[in-house]
Write a protein that binds this ligand. Structure first.
Ligand code: SF4
Length: 685
């Protein structure tokens, strides 16, 4: 039996043909017909078949250490959430969910929390991934819409990558852009590190961490001085205040920007000239932009340049936020963030009334809920009495993971629904619920360029595992809302989501989705990949009240002076062949060959000064915590800066526990934590 499905990992969203070859074995091939990958797969996708065994799986509901039946476990969870809401109010409970969930799972969880419990305390690990891009899009476009598609990469003459090691983190996009470069396009990489991606660029600008706003404001200033702005597009489609132009120009001359960014003025000028001369430019940005305490401003600095030069909504000319997770975008569509209601709607009265009426809900959240860092802070302060964590591992992945663990240990009631029996997070669970894994579940995901694809089951559900949507709807029913959560099939949820997305559509804000007019499950079963929302902004009309995009004034913040005890700057990121906390990729032995252990990368000058030997052990500390790594001396690092991977945990290694190191400092607009510039120290062991 073969199915057309979608990769479990990153936001590229590659199509896969999965063929069951035995009881628990699957052959994996790239789907030649999928628009994201056209048959290609990276190492992680290729080895997915090695991860579908049952070793380590959570196969039965567990209450404490004891196996329990579904009825008992679900009744207990429903009662504890109901009791907490009755005694302490709806804001005393929270869900922390995941970009690994399918859109249907996300939809039901969001509906239960916002429309029936009546709070907006549902946030997601996507907050850690791309919420600054969401906030930047909202400020500039009036709606969180990614205007670009992968076909724009194929059509670009200049590709600018900012804060993205695309060769490792989005390998199939990287193959696509290399193919375009082979046909003559130029590649500029802006990244403090000389990554594998930067090593192949026509131009690499190794800027000082956190100086991205200065860089993009400098580019905008240059374009203005050089007459490269698109006056017609600005006149007809964009609003900007006089202050905007004054602020953007201040300190944006070439020499000042070169000094702030700590790059050679000649290289900066080369970038400006290349950009100015190349109308078909796609700027892709990722975690190096988003995971910053100035992430939203950094996103808007990029969008400003594209809007002012009219490089948006045209083939090969777009800003492009590339998302980390397989379904971060699907979560955004259904409102799986504490800061949105549903279907990209906010918490103002017309939207609240519309969603409440559509759901026939007894209540509706009236304001945004707790974003990830604040959510776990509230848990630690005893304000959250019942917490449900779905498909994610915050005890490892949240910044200041030590405090998150302490919060979980003190929380009166923690539920974890997951595929894996023992994770760093499930150690704190009072109830564990066995969820269906990739290859066993059915639903949809949305990738970075808004292509909605089906994930399809190729294996039977093992043990007593259930799909996430089923678990959530059962809790909804047991909390008393039987009709609203009477789903028997994910297609029913999809149709409801599709109907909500067009419900009282005013013709500009929301989009028609396949299936919104009803029909049976057959259409859902056969659904081919399609692009959510069509081609936004192609007409130059933006989803603001006046149809114009906004140039948002953004100013480079003063970069922090080094701290006496932590004089270095720590950056974190991914390895090519691992994913998140390795609960799945750790099952594929071949994936471990690329990097067998966590390394701290150190510049040779720092290593010599501090007595760090290549291959020796080194202790990395920050104001938040410390961990042990093997040192790798690399002149791809800037002096004074360190890099460590995010994947290893207490359960997988005695060192490399990066989650303990970043501070819980967030962007004030998006709430996204800054993972890329933590004060740090290193010493040889
Ligand atoms: Fe999977 Fe991403 Fe690799 Fe594609 S690029 S195969 S989606 S991990």
């Amino acid at each position: 039996m073969s199915v057309r499905t979608t990769c479990a990992y990153c936001g590229v969203g590659c199509g896969i043909v999965a063929t069951r070859t035995g009881e628990r074995s699957v052959r994996i091939e790239g789907d030649p017909d999928h628009p994201a990958n056209r048959g290609r797969l990276c190492s992680k996708g290729t080895h997915l078949g090695e991860t579908v065994g049952l070793d380590g799986r959570l196969l039965h509901p567990m209450i404490g250490k004891r196996r329990a039946g579904w009825d008992r476990a679900l009744d207990l969870v429903a009662r504890r959430f109901r009791d907490a809401v009755a005694e302490f109010g709806p804001n005393s409970v929270a869900f922390y969910v995941s970009g690994q969930l399918l859109t249907e799972d996300y939809y039901v969880a969001n509906k239960l929390m916002k429309g029936f419990i009546g709070a907006a305390n549902i946030d997601t690990n996507s907050r850690l991934c791309m919420s600054s891009a969401v906030a930047g899009h909202l400020r500039a476009f009036g709606e969180d819409v990614v205007p670009a598609s992968y076909e724009d990469v194929d059509a670009a003459d200049l590709i600018v990558l900012i804060g993205s090691n695309t060769a490792w983190c989005h390998p199939i996009v990287y193959q696509r852009l290399r193919a375009r470069c082979a046909a003559g396009a130029k590649l500029v990489v802006i990244d403090p590190r000389r990554t594998e991606t930067a090593g192949e660029a026509d131009l690499h600008l190794p800027i000082r961490p956190g100086s991205d706003v200065a860089l993009m404001n400098g580019l905008l200033h240059w374009c203005r001085e050089a007459g490269v702005l698109d006056a017609g597009f600005l006149r007809d489609h964009v609003s900007a205040s006089a202050e905007f132009w004054a602020q953007t120009g201040e300190g944006s001359d070439l020499w000042s920007v070169a000094r702030t960014c700590d790059v050679a003025a000649a290289d900066l000028r080369a970038f400006h000239e290349l950009f100015a001369a190349t109308p078909r430019t796609v700027t892709l940005f990722s975690q190096g932009i988003n995971q910053s305490v100035a992430g939203t401003d950094q996103v808007n600095a990029i969008l400003n340049v594209h809007l002012a030069t009219g490089r948006i909504g045209k083939p090969g000319a777009q800003p492009f936020s590339i998302t980390g997770q397989p379904n971060a975008m699907g979560g955004r569509e259904v409102g799986g963030l504490a800061s949105t209601l549903a279907a990209h709607m906010g918490f103002d009265e017309p939207d609240r009334a519309r969603v409440q009426r559509f759901w026939a809900a007894p209540t509706i959240a009236t304001k945004p809920g707790l974003k990830a860092v604040d959510l776990f802070r509230a848990v630690g302060e005893g304000r959250i009495k019942a917490l449900w964590i779905m498909a994610t591992n915050p005890a490892v992945s949240m910044p200041d993971a030590g405090s998150v663990r302490a919060a979980l240990a003190a929380c009166p009631f923690v539920v974890v629904s997951d595929v894996i029996a023992d994770t760093d997070t499930s150690a704190f669970a009072h109830v564990r619920l066995p969820a269906a894994a990739w290859g066993e579940k059915d639903g949809t995901v949305t990738n970075s360029d808004r292509t909605v694809s089906r994930q399809r089951a190729v294996l039977p559900l093992p043990g007593e595992a259930k799909p996430d949507w089923w678990i959530v709807k059962e809790i909804g029913r047991r909390m008393g809302w039987k009709t609203a959560f009477a789903y028997d099939h994910p297609a029913e949820i999809w149709r409801e989501h599709a109907r909500l997305s067009t419900y009282q559509n005013d013709g500009s804000r929301l989009f028609a989705l396949p299936g919104h007019s009803g029909g049976g499950n057959e259409g859902y079963e056969a659904m081919a990949p399609f692009r959510w929302g069509g081609t936004p902004f192609a007409e130059g009309r933006f989803p603001t009240a006046d149809g114009r995009a906004r140039l948002v004034p953004v100013v480079q913040r003063a970069l922090p002076a080094p701290l006496r005890d932590w004089p270095l700057t720590l950056n974190t990121g991914r390895y090519r062949d691992q994913w998140h906390s390795m609960t799945r990729t750790g099952l594929a032995p071949k994936l471990a060959r690329h990097r067998e252990e966590p390394l701290v990368e150190v510049h040779p000058a720092d290593a010599a000064r501090l007595g760090i030997a290549d291959g020796g052990l080194a202790h990395v500390s920050t104001p938040q915590g410390a961990s042990l790594y093997r040192a790798r001396i690399s002149d791809g690092q800037r002096p004074g800066e360190l890099f460590v991977p995010i994947h290893w945990t207490d359960r997988t290694a005695s060192g490399g526990r990066t989650g303990y190191l970043p501070r819980p400092h967030v962007d004030p607009i998006s709430g996204q934590p800054g993972f890329k510039a933590t004060p740090a120290a290193i010493e040889a062991v």
